[in-house]
Ligand binder design. Structure first.
Ligand SMILES: C[S@@+](CC[C@H](N)C(=O)[O-])C[C@H]1O[C@@H](n2cnc3c(N)ncnc32)[C@H](O)[C@@H]1O
Length: 240
């Protein structure tokens, strides 16, 4: 089970630590306290993952088996790289035979078996470069992209939803038949048109809130499983 080691803290660091009041702003102090006391952060450190986000993907996979058998994976919004670490492991990707492509406009430290593109996913060249990097159609497209926050919540949500939508259309364009698409979204945020499009192309479309996703966050994940293929859907449309 991908559950946090609640209570038993194997990093040796005590949970429930407080940061001394000083020059820090109260909001920064609260953020640091939450971070150092977060069991997923501690577990990520212990298991060698670059981010606690690793446990969101592992937990979703545990229930929905999206990683099993994946030979090529594209990771959108990949930095610092914990999902790419998992992707490289499950695909057996190596520097001689790259099967994982990761994109982020932030710099990301190199990872064996992962081709990293430091680029905006919305750049028109990004789709081609990602597919070329893995030398074929992916079995899985994952997106943990979140737009940089502006402080205006509605704007931030709209921007992240836009990224989710562009990622979904990209997935439909590039996935291998039978493949899956996973993307970050927000509670109640997925547009009906986008859901309808995904339902047309995938056998199952669901929303998931993994335990590793903070309960106070409106973050959710949209999972579209079992890509039916582009021609199958086009044929069905033609037949009316
Ligand atoms: C939550 S983090 C991803 C964490 C990652 N899944 C991991 O496991 O380490 C979201 C990332 O999305 C990236 N991002 C947001 N918008 C993007 C865009 N348009 N193109 C590329 N990356 C983007 C951000 O720079 C950020 O690094």
């Amino acid at each position: 089970m991908t559950k946090p080691p609640v209570g038993s803290n194997r990093t040796g660091r005590k949970l429930g630590q407080k940061v001394k009041k000083g020059k820090l702003k109260a909001s920064s102090r609260r953020w640091i306290e939450r971070h150092i006391n977060d069991p997923y952060v501690q577990r990520a450190k212990l298991e060698g993952y670059r981010a606690r986000a690793a446990f969101k993907l592992l937990e979703i996979d545990e229930k929905h088996q999206i990683l099993k058998g994946a030979r090529r994976i594209i990771d959108l919004g990949a930095a610092p790289g914990s999902w790419s670490q998992i992707a490289a492991k499950v695909t057996g990707s190596t520097d001689d035979d790259i099967r994982v492509a990761a994109i982020d406009f932030l710099e990301m430290a190199p990872l064996p078996g992962v081709r990293i593109l430091q680029l905006d996913f919305l750049d028109p060249e990004a789709p081609r470069l990602l597919v070329e990097a893995i030398g074929g159609a992916p079995d899985l497209v994952v997106s943990d992209m979140a737009a940089p926050t502006t402080g205006h919540q509605k704007t931030d949500h709209l921007r992240t939803m836009h990224l989710c939508e562009v990622a979904a259309y990209f997935a439909v364009e590039v996935l291998r038949e039978g493949g899956h698409f996973l993307a970050k979204t927000f509670q109640g945020g997925t547009e009906r048109d986008l859901l309808n499009m995904l339902k047309q192309y995938f056998r199952q479309v669901i929303h998931i809130k993994p335990g590793a996703s903070r309960s106070e966050s409106v973050e959710m994940f949209l999972l579209a499983k079992g890509f039916k293929g582009r021609t199958t859907v086009a044929d069905a449309e033609e037949e009316g």
